[in-house]
Design a protein. Sequence first.
Lengths: 243, 431
Amino acid sequence: MSSPDAKDSHRQRKTVVTIEDLCKSYMLGHMELPVLKGLDLSFYEGEYVSIMGPSGSGKSTLLNILGCLDKPTSGRYLLGTDDVSTLDDNQLSAIRGKRIGFVFQSFNLIRQLNILENIEVAMYYQHVPKHQRRQRATMLAERVGLGDRIRHRPFELSGGQQQRVAIARALANDPLIILADEPTGNLDSQSGAEILEILNELNAQGKTIIVVTHDEQISSQTHRSVHLLDGQIERIQSNGTGE
Amino acid sequence: MLSRILAILLISLRSLWMHRLRSGLTMLGIVFGVASVISMLAIGEGASQQAQQQIAHLGSTNIILKTVKPPDQEVADASEQTIQEYGLRYADAERFRETIPDAQVVVPVRRKPKQVFYQSRRITAEIVGTVPWYTELAPIKVLLGRFLTPMDMHYSQAICVIDETVLDNLFKFDDPIGQDIKISGEYYRVVGVVRQLSAVSGVQDDTSMQSSAQSNGVGGAVYIALTTMKNRFGETEVQFGGSTGMSGEKVELSEITIKVSSMEHVLPTRDVLANLLERHHKKKDYQIIVPLELLRQAARTKRLFSIVLGSIAAISLLVGGIGIMNIMLATVSERTREIGIRRALGARKSDIIVQFLSETVLLTLIGGLLGMALGACIPILVTVFGKMPTVITPGAMILSFGISAGIGVTFGLYPAYQAANMDPIESLRHE
Ligand SMILES: Nc1ncnc2c1ncn2[C@@H]1O[C@H](COP(=O)(O)OP(=O)(O)OP(=O)(O)O)[C@@H](O)[C@H]1O
Ligand SMILES: [Mg+2]
């Protein structure tokens, strides 16, 4: 029992993401609308965290900043050891491509590409050679249980299947963290459960996962739940699972 | 690298293929634009080459002097019987030979349309009285027998050389050599048949390049020695008629052609000639034609012609380009979400630019190729049905292909930049 504990504590000490006094506000005309009001948070390697909170509390905004799609208005954001706030557009693109895997609520697959090609896109921008891309994409499609559908187009798949493709795509470049914004929000409970199972599995294999959700049942399966309220951290709740 | 470019083009091709109708319609603008550039240039080039060829046949190192009838000057005490004397003289030719060192060849010519008889057949032909070295100026090919010789000149022989038209009309299937033909009641023995390769004899003025023979309704030419012509026809042409009774003209030579050693000598020699003639001719009864000048003038005209035609065509290309830009802007806004997804997956701005730019360039290049094919066909139709010469130059092909690629880049850049500079989050939210 002592060795997994040691491993756990080791894991917890190695942070993947640190944010310090992170603020984000939008300008609406001349009015400044603060959305995130000074967040301090750390996520650790191999951690499975859920972000909860009422609608409009800033969950998606936070996730977009974590995913380098958006820039904070002020505060620090360390991804690994890099201070992301100092990076330029090309460097941010590279980080999005290599270190972050996105899973969206609305799947966001590219319509004109087939399943295999959708999974390959992220690798394409990292200049992975074609045959290697093919190989890995096929492997990932099989891993999410769609090995027999790789030539299909997104609209030929069910929502749950599409979200599985999106997860496979997020894994393409073996990212540091997976960011999922309400990944089951558009799915029925059956498909949602399948998606969660895959995420759980990935975490069990050591992936760091941050998931935004409204679903208590999902958050209860994660290690920690960060509750946001009105752009601030209301509370952080440690769940028994996995700890 | 190459495989990546290929991959990008393939992806673009696929995306164009997905919207075949739209891509096709957009492409049409470029197709017609390029086709019209090529056909316009081909027509312009054809016209100018034709003009230049005609002028070049006159010889770019030649200077042609022609007798022209001076405007009628009624002399106050004009008697009823005037013989108007004008034109170039033997003395002129002699003077040129003696005083102009650069003149390599001086060829005096006298022309007169006459009826030519052989047995029962008859044809109106131009009698060309000239010298043996006429062949040095006019590209003449001896088909049968020989051309005039110095001996013919010296003894004013009653021999003649006929051209193909005369041969066909008078002799049909007979062997003409050694036969006698009758001109103005006198007989000439045919010693040779020639083919005139160009219209040298015929330049009537600088604008129309038609042969005088054609314009006078005469076919063919009969060459005789100048001395023979002088002896047999005389120089005075007397006409009866009108209320004045009798009038006459005395003309010694119809034209004198001078060939200089090189093109640099053409213009100075022209000036010397003009001076000489002015001094010895009271009236302006001659005309100086410099093919080289005509050639240069034709080149200038050609350039202007090409610019005008080219601009018209370029405008249609521009319209095509604007059409492409319009469609690409629509495409970009339609694919906003896709752009957002790609950005989220690690695409840099430059990747997005390359993607959209390659679509536009591919569209214009395919359009350009189709336009080139069409542009190669239109001039052929123009030549076949419009009886106009056309010349498609490789330059025009390369130019229009380059232009279409250029249009792709120019009109593709703006939409591509728009695509690249969209905010990833905004794009992802876009429906
Ligand atoms: N581009 C923007 N301009 C102005 N305000 C914005 C913009 N994006 C988000 N907001 C505001 O920021 C606040 C937080 O939005 P966010 O999308 O992060 O909420 P959320 O917690 O994800 O909500 P939900 O659970 O409904 O997805 C909202 O009040 C929203 O109106
Ligand atoms: Mg949200």
